[in-house]
Ligand binder design. Sequence first.
Ligand SMILES: *Cc1c(COP(=O)(O)O)cnc(C)c1O
Length: 449
Amino acid sequence: MSALPQERRVITAIPGPKSQELQARRTAAVAAGVGSVLPVFAARADGGIIEDVDGNRLIDFGSGIAVTGVGASAEAVVRRASAQLADFTHTCFMVTPYEGYVAVAEALAELTPGDHAKKSALFNSGAEAVENAVKIARAYTKRQAVVVFDHGYHGRTNLTMALTSKNMPYKHGFGPFAPEIYRMPMAYGYRWPTGPENCGPEAAAQAIDQISKQVGAQNVAAIVIEPLLGEGGFIEPAKGFLPALSKFARDNGIVFVADEIQSGFCRTGQWFACEDEGIVPDLITTAKGIAGGLPLAAVTGRAEIMDAAHVGGLGGTYGGNPVACAGALGSIETMKELDLSARARHIETVMKARLGAMQEKYDIIGDIRGRGAMLAIELVKTDSPESVAAKEPNPEATAALAKACHQEGLLVLTCGTYGNVLRFLPPMVIGEDLLNEGLDILEQAFARI
Ligand SMILES: *Cc1c(COP(=O)(O)O)cnc(C)c1O
């Protein structure tokens, strides 16, 4: 493992003086619209640790938003990407191709669900992958409408802002948005009026009815859904919802697109979250965890759908950059060698037990959910019978908890439509001691706020 000591160390205030100096330069030079969760400037990172410029070592429960599951300087990623850097940095796959791109496409065909013939196209970012999945689905079906869901997040470009549910901060003031996008109810068990047991089938029936009546199934090119929601609050679509929608898509010639950009690559304890209910998507979008921190994204799917776009219709200057492809091959090698899906399932066991114990003590924890190393707690208000009955979101406690954790050297992230979800995305390679120490800090934060 890493040369970076896997130990928490807090030796200055967080952020420390050097970070504060850099933050001042940043404020003068970097656009204000680009935010940061914690203005601590990184010097080194690997395993479960981010070391800052002041020498503090933070426990990482964020993985750079579900990216560095293998660590932020995994040996195989560094080795393969460095070798590629020395050979060539770029030729453009659309000008003169290279093997790494093909090898990544072959790996994606092997790892994604389903034993049908598959092909891939590579891009730079998740948003670009989602945009291209929509382009491909439209070219294949010769239809235009795209169905998405409440609480869904798909990116920050114009089309993917339109696909994204939440206004602030992603969309506010940035319209007009792309047309022919239709948003349907999400099977959000914790907040479903008739309870979580009924949620999956009821929400699916509602969504299918609305698609049929408001859009017309024959007009729909694609249904785009996250099999385990990311930014929207780590909502697990209630059981039965995904299978019903996937069947509806199949019966109506609609391309079913699983956006696994956050949930993919061992994060949820399997290669992909859609495997949990045996879903075989027509197309799957990946990014974040794919390449150990290098920018790479992909659309992978049924060969006949992927081949529907005309030659030259897909691509991009940097798409499938050779260094990023080498990183992906190193990252996938690491996931296989260390069986990081099993690691993620172990992390779930450890964390859910501890979070469950915290919930018994602190009733503002309304819900504990997620799978593998993609877990979250939803925080609610409990100060009046009305707020309890309404499961009133508690973004204030969520922000206070995150801040208390940050001060003690534990990096945690928030999410959720109501800003009341604390999410945990530790690297799958995090040591068990660090994992437990992080949970100790979280528990102390509850006691403090
Ligand atoms: C992060 C994310 C995206 C966008 O990816 P970028 O690389 O930030 O463009 C799309 N979909 C999901 C589910 C994501 O989590």
